[in-house]
Design a binder for this molecule. Structure first.
Ligand SMILES: Nc1ncnc2c1ncn2[C@@H]1O[C@H](COP(=O)(O)OP(=O)(O)OP(=O)(O)O)[C@@H](O)[C@H]1O
Ligand SMILES: [Mg+2]
Length: 290
């Protein structure tokens, strides 16, 4: 590990886009149109002090293969619970949840997840952490190495394979977590406030990078965020959930060309619509997170 390089990269955020362009030549390539999600009449309760508390109520949502959907809503309205159901971690719910027509009954390689905190194992290097995502399924060490390198390149961590998580900046650690989520080439990427812990400038940069990764990997993305601008910048469609129990209150399409201009009238118009959902319309210039 080149500590000097690591320190420099902490101070000067890496511009990932050239690395992504280079990585493109070796990308596994787009697959057929798979990665569609179908959620029908989904309701979910959690047990709290022995009583059932309804967290999600009657969610109906169809997400097309390759679509980028953002989910916004007040804290506690069930966003993480919904992602956990889609990942296959929760089974005690009513309604149906399918990926490409098959019921989601447990975690599977077709879905990857990134959380707000990177959850890298501190005693493993970046390379080992990303390879960990493979779960030992690929036996050939050369193949593992090549695949890990490909995804480290894709997320702009070229040269940091031997670093430990403690030697990375917050943004770099999140990139490693994204690489770990992509290593199995899932068709669905679930993102639970993946940029929430980053400083404002790194976050803007990472939004750009996330869009590029989504575009290159042709993956279906479902992003939970409290940042309204982030939702509009990234998503084809923004879903607004009501406060608990979470119900779909509104769907707002984002028919703007990419990369999006945050100062464009179209962007500002959608932002106003979303802020109105959270009764923040008068404070547009001051607040954009909910
Ligand atoms: N395992 C659990 N047992 C009991 N209650 C739970 C459990 N997990 C979540 N809850 C409750 O379910 C509700 C929804 O939680 P969830 O984490 O899905 O919200 P969220 O929309 O992701 O919130 P935030 O924006 O703060 O992350 C909360 O009231 C929470 O206390
Ligand atoms: Mg949450």
């Amino acid at each position: 590990m080149n500590l000097l390089a690591a320190t420099a990269a902490k101070d000067v955020a890496i511009d990932l886009l050239p690395a992504l362009r280079e990585a493109g030549a070796a990308a596994p390539g787009p697959t057929a149109a798979i990665g569609g999600l179908s959620i029908r009449s989904l309701s979910k309760s959690h047990q709290l002090k022995g009583e059932a508390m309804e967290v999600l109520q009657g969610i109906d949502l169809e997400i097309q293969p390759g679509e980028f959907v953002a989910l916004v809503g007040a804290s506690g309205c069930g966003k993480t619970t919904l992602l956990r159901i889609l990942l296959g971690l929760e089974r005690d719910f009513t309604g149906t949840v399918e990926q490409d027509g098959a019921a989601i009954t447990g975690p599977g390689l077709e879905r990857g997840i990134v959380f707000q905190e990177h959850r890298l194992l501190p005693w493993l290097t970046v390379e080992q952490n990303v390879a960990f995502g493979l779960g030992g399924r690929v036996k050939d060490k050369q193949k593992v190495r090549a695949r890990v390198r490909h995804y480290l390149d894709l997320v702009g961590l070229y040269g940091f394979d031997a670093a430990y998580p403690a030697q990375l900046s917050g943004g770099m650690a999140q990139r490693a977590a994204i690489a770990r989520a992509l290593i199995n080439q899932p068709r669905v990427l679930l993102l639970d406030e993946p940029l929430g812990a980053l400083d404002a400038l790194t976050r803007l940069r990472m939004q750009k990078e996330l869009e590029e990764i989504w575009r290159r990997e042709k993956v279906t993305a479902l992003l939970v965020t409290h940042d309204i601008e982030e939702a509009i910048y990234l998503a084809d469609r923004v879903i607004v959930l009501s406060p608990r129990p979470g119900r779909i209150k509104r769907e707002i399409p984002v028919p703007l060309s990419r990369p999006r201009d945050r100062d464009s009238s179209g962007f500002i118009d959608i932002k106003d619509q979303l802020l109105a959902e959270f009764q923040l319309q008068a404070e547009r210039h001051f607040y954009y997170t909910i």
